[in-house]
Write a protein that binds this ligand. Sequence first.
Ligand SMILES: [Zn+2]
Length: 96
Amino acid sequence: MRIPPVPLVPTPETPEARASVGFKWAGDPIGKRHRIGGEPDWIQYEEVPHCSCGNQMSFYAQLDSLGDDVCLGDCGMIYVFVCWDCFETKSVLQSS
Ligand SMILES: [Zn+2]
């Protein structure tokens, strides 16, 4: 199943949360790539996992690094996959 791209926009609600969003040096679109659906914006190479049932999993979402203090390696992202038959999930982390 392919999900149409739905961008996710962080809406930090406390001063502490606001301080954790954003980068001093990393430019666009770093930190703004959060999205459900569409196709993964692979940083390194295509890396679609297989479910324990053997099916190739479907891309569900990607979660970007949040800011200078919540950074996945070198501005990496987590990619989330789901098997629509078993509802098993797996995630992949890539960083540049
Ligand atoms: Zn499965």
